[in-house]
Design a protein around this ligand. Structure first.
Ligand code: TA6
Length: 302
C-alpha cells in the first residue's frame, strides 16, 4: 500500500543554498534553487541514479559538484566553442567553464503535484538579470518532473532583437557500481571528438567501455542511450529530444586529484553523460525563436 501522504515537498537550506526535497511514491529528489540544479535523484529501493559528490560544497556563487549542472550560454571552455558563440561574449574577466548560469539564483516559478508526480519550474531572464560579459536578452526555463522517472527540460527563448548563438548541456552525473565494469550503449557508429588527443575525430565501435580518463564529444547522436550496469543489475536509460550531441566524461585517477569537491577515488563510482548542443550541433535562435531540450532518465532492472 502506498503512503497516501505522498508526494511531499520540503524547502530546506543545505549550508548556504536554498533547496527543495521532493518525496514521491517512486523516488526522492533534491534540487537547489541556485542553478536550478538537480543535486540528487534516487528511486526507492535503488542505488542513487544521479551522483552527488560527498565532498560537495553548498556556497552561493559556487558550482556544486554533481547532480545535473545547467551549462549555458556556452559549454566547456568558451575558447573551444565556435566563433559565433565566442562572439556573443563581450570580453571581460568573467569567463568560467560551462557558462554563467549554474552559479546564479534562478526564480522558482512553481511547484505543482500532478497526481503522484511533482513538477518544479525555474526561470532566468537575462534582460532582468544581465550576465556579466554577455549582454543579450533570453528567457530560460528549466522544468523538472519527478514521476516514475525523471524528466528535465531546458527551454531558451530569444527575447532580444538579434540572433543568439549558444552551446549548452545538462551536465548529468550518474552513479555507477564501478566505471571499469559498465558500458554505454546507443552511441555505436557515432562520430566523436577525442578532446584528450588534440580533439581528433574518431568513430565509436560498439558500446563505450572505460579503461582511462575519458572526455569525448559525440555527434549525430540518436534519441536513446543507456548505461548498462550489470553489477547493480540495472540499465539507466536516457531519452533525449532537441539534442544531437552528447559528452561522455570520467576523470579517472590523475584528473580526479585535480578536481575540486571530488574524492580521489570518486572516479570509480560516477559517469557523466551530458545531453548537449555543442560544437557542430550548437544552437542559433532568431529573435522570438524558442528551443527546448529534453532528457528523460529511467532506471530499469536488467
Ligand atoms: O563535460 C566534461 C568537462 O568539460 C570535463 O572536461 C571537466 O572539466 C568537467 O566538464 C567538469 O567541469 P567542471 O567545471 O564542472 O569542473
Amino acid at each position: 500500500m502506498y503512503d497516501e501522504t505522498l508526494p511531499t515537498v520540503e524547502q530546506l537550506e543545505v549550508d548556504e543554498l536554498v533547496c527543495w526535497r521532493v518525496h514521491t511514491r517512486h523516488a526522492e529528489l533534491l534540487v537547489a534553487q541556485q542553478g536550478a540544479q538537480v543535486l540528487s535523484y534516487q528511486p526507492h529501493g535503488e542505488e542513487p541514479v544521479i551522483w552527488l559528490s560527498d565532498q560537495a560544497v553548498y556556497q552561493k556563487g559556487k558550482a556544486v559538484r554533481g547532480g545535473v549542472p545547467v551549462c549555458w550560454p556556452w559549454f566547456g571552455d568558451l575558447r573551444r566553442n565556435p566563433a559565433e558563440i565566442q562572439g556573443m561574449h563581450r570580453g571581460g574577466p568573467i569567463c568560467p567553464a560551462h557558462g554563467l548560469v549554474r552559479e546564479r539564483e534562478w526564480d522558482l516559478l512553481g511547484i505543482d503535484s500532478e497526481g503522484p508526480a511533482v513538477r518544479l519550474e525555474f526561470a532566468l531572464d537575462t534582460s532582468k538579470e544581465p550576465l556579466p560579459g554577455w549582454p543579450h536578452c533570453a528567457q530560460l526555463k528549466f522544468s523538472i518532473l519527478l514521476d516514475e522517472n525523471l524528466q528535465l527540460a531546458l527551454s531558451t527563448r530569444n527575447t532580444g532583437d538579434s540572433p543568439l548563438a549558444l552551446s549548452q548541456a545538462l551536465h548529468s552525473y550518474f552513479t555507477v557500481s564501478d566505471i571499469r565494469e559498465v558500458e554505454v550503449e546507443g552511441l555505436d557508429g557515432c562520430r566523436y571528438i577525442e578532446t584528450l588527443e588534440d580533439w581528433q575525430q574518431r568513430k565509436q565501435q560498439g558500446n563505450i567501455v572505460f579503461s582511462g580518463e575519458t572526455d569525448r564529444i559525440y555527434l549525430e547522436t540518436s534519441r536513446r542511450m543507456a548505461i548498462l550496469d550489470r553489477a547493480w543489475k540495472r540499465r539507466i536509460q536516457l531519452e533525449v529530444s532537441g539534442s544531437a550531441s552528447a559528452v561522455v566524461w570520467n576523470p579517472w585517477i590523475d584528473k580526479s586529484k585535480r578536481l575540486s569537491q571530488f574524492a580521489e577515488d570518486a572516479w570509480q563510482g560516477m559517469l557523466c553523460i551530458e545531453t548537449a548542443r555543442v560544437t557542430d550541433d550548437f544552437l542559433v535562435l532568431r529573435p522570438g525563436e524558442e528551443h527546448r531540450m529534453e532528457l528523460k532518465v529511467t532506471s530499469k532492472p536488467l
